[in-house]
Ligand binder design. Structure first.
Ligand SMILES: [Zn+2]
Ligand SMILES: [Zn+2]
Ligand SMILES: [Zn+2]
Length: 416
């Protein structure tokens, strides 16, 4: 792996300095693969690095349901008020403090050929230079017979919300190589993402595409080939190569969420206001979220996923010392320290959400095994190794799932 890690750091957009000052990627073992380690003291709350994905893409249902986002960086394009009105299904709600909305419509741009929207001239230019010349549909944007539209349509029919991935992420990888002068540099870059064995790949594809995954995968491969075949990447278009590509995105894809409304809320939270006004504003925001939840449920954000070189080296822990977030309202991933981290210490994030993290070791292992194909041996899991059976039985009764207890098998696999 990592022929030249130096090359990869140029994807870091950290204004405070290069990420290499704080972290390094190290090979841990053939079982655990790579890991990210601190090279100096990192303080609680400190931004460890800010990273741009090598490719990213909005989810297709999310885009179809008019969650308007920059086609390149996923920045939400609606004003906070438009965003709230759409999520509420009514256009009468007016937001106070409109000056706290960060959306700059005057900067928005479109591709002159296909009309996809961008948040800025920079994003339009970056997309055009990296992949959009290959993927631009021109006047065929609405044509259902265009190979790229057929591919997207097939994907939507296989992968319903809640979405975890998009076939267009794979398309952008191919398009990037097609457009690149130095094709081998990009191929090497993509090959540095964590790869899996054939059996594990099957499991991941099964997870992504459901029970009929073999037929679905073959259908997608045919449409993918029709739309994007590239001599240089012929391996990616073979059944095995396509499955690997799929598994790569399934394993390494990081979810991205952006929202004009939540940016506005954060800005409002930071306002210095007299107590009475503060109370009023907080009450307004609470009510707004309640109303939105009633109307739209949990789908609040523009959503997509991306491939991040550094972040993808971050292993999981059930007691993570860092977390990822998207505070810039675009695809820039911030890795922030949750506690003091000493030089030489591994930096870990959690692949589980906070509710899942509170569950028993047995339940956590079950989720991690199913979704990420590994058995966690973090300090918390090691400390709980003895009481696992007791807690899991109690929890299973609560869940009422009546599943078979595979705790014994898991215990055997825990020795990492
Ligand atoms: Zn953008
Ligand atoms: Zn275009
Ligand atoms: Zn753990």
């Amino acid at each position: 792996m990592a022929a030249s890690m130096g090359d990869l750091f140029c994807f870091c957009a950290d204004p405070a300095g290069p990420a290499r000052a704080r972290v390094e990627v190290r090979f841990i073992s053939s079982l655990k693969g790579k890991g990210l380690f601190a090279t100096r003291n990192i303080h609680k709350g400190e931004t460890i690095f800010v990273e741009k994905p090598v490719v990213s893409s909005q989810f297709l249902w999310n885009a179809l349901y008019r969650y308007k986002a920059c086609d390149h960086c996923l920045r939400a394009l609606e004003t906070a008020e438009e965003n709230a009105q759409r999520l509420l299904g009514k256009s009468c709600r007016i937001l106070p403090h409109p000056e706290q909305c960060s959306i700059r419509k005057d900067l928005h741009q479109h591709c002159p050929l296909c009309q996809v929207a961008y948040c800025s001239a920079e994003c339009r230019q970056s997309a055009f230079e990296q992949y959009h010349q290959v993927l631009c549909l021109g006047p065929s944007r609405e044509d259902p017979k265009h190979p790229l539209n057929k591919l997207q349509d097939a994907w939507r029919n296989i992968h319903y919300p809640p979405e975890t991935s998009s076939i267009m992420l794979l398309a952008r990888m191919v398009a990037t190589v097609k457009q690149a002068k130095d094709k081998d540099w990009w191929i090497k870059l993509f090959s540095q993402f964590c790869s899996k064995t054939a059996n594990e790949e099957e499991e991941i594809v099964h997870k992504l595409l459901g029970d009929k995954f073999k037929g679905q995968l073959e259908l997608l491969r045919r449409l993918f080939t029709e739309a994007l075949y590239e001599e240089h990447l012929s391996r990616w278009f073979t059944p095995e190569g396509f499955r690997s590509l799929f598994a790569l995105v399934g394993t390494n894809g990081q979810g991205i969420g952006t929202s004009s409304l939540s940016q506005w809320v954060h800005a409002c939270d930071a306002l210095e206001l007299p107590p009475h006004e503060r109370e009023q504003l907080d009450a307004f925001i609470d009510q707004l979220y309640k109303d939105i939840e009633k109307e739209t449920g949990e789908f609040l954000n523009c959503e997509g996923s991306g491939l991040y070189v550094l972040q993808s080296c971050c292993n999981h822990s059930c007691i993570p010392n860092a977390e990822t977030s998207f505070p810039d309202n675009n695809f820039l991933l911030h890795l922030v320290a949750l506690e003091e981290i000493k030089p030489g210490e591994e930096i870990c994030i959690s692949y589980l959400d906070c509710c899942q993290r509170e569950r028993s070791r047995h339940s956590r292992h079950k989720i991690l095994r199913e979704h990420y194909l590994f058995t966690c041996s973090c300090p918390k899991c090691l400390a709980q190794a003895d009481d696992a059976n007791l807690t899991s039985e109690e929890e299973e009764e609560l869940e009422g799932e009546g599943e078979t207890d595979d705790a014994e098998l898991e215990d055997e696999m825990t020795d990492v």
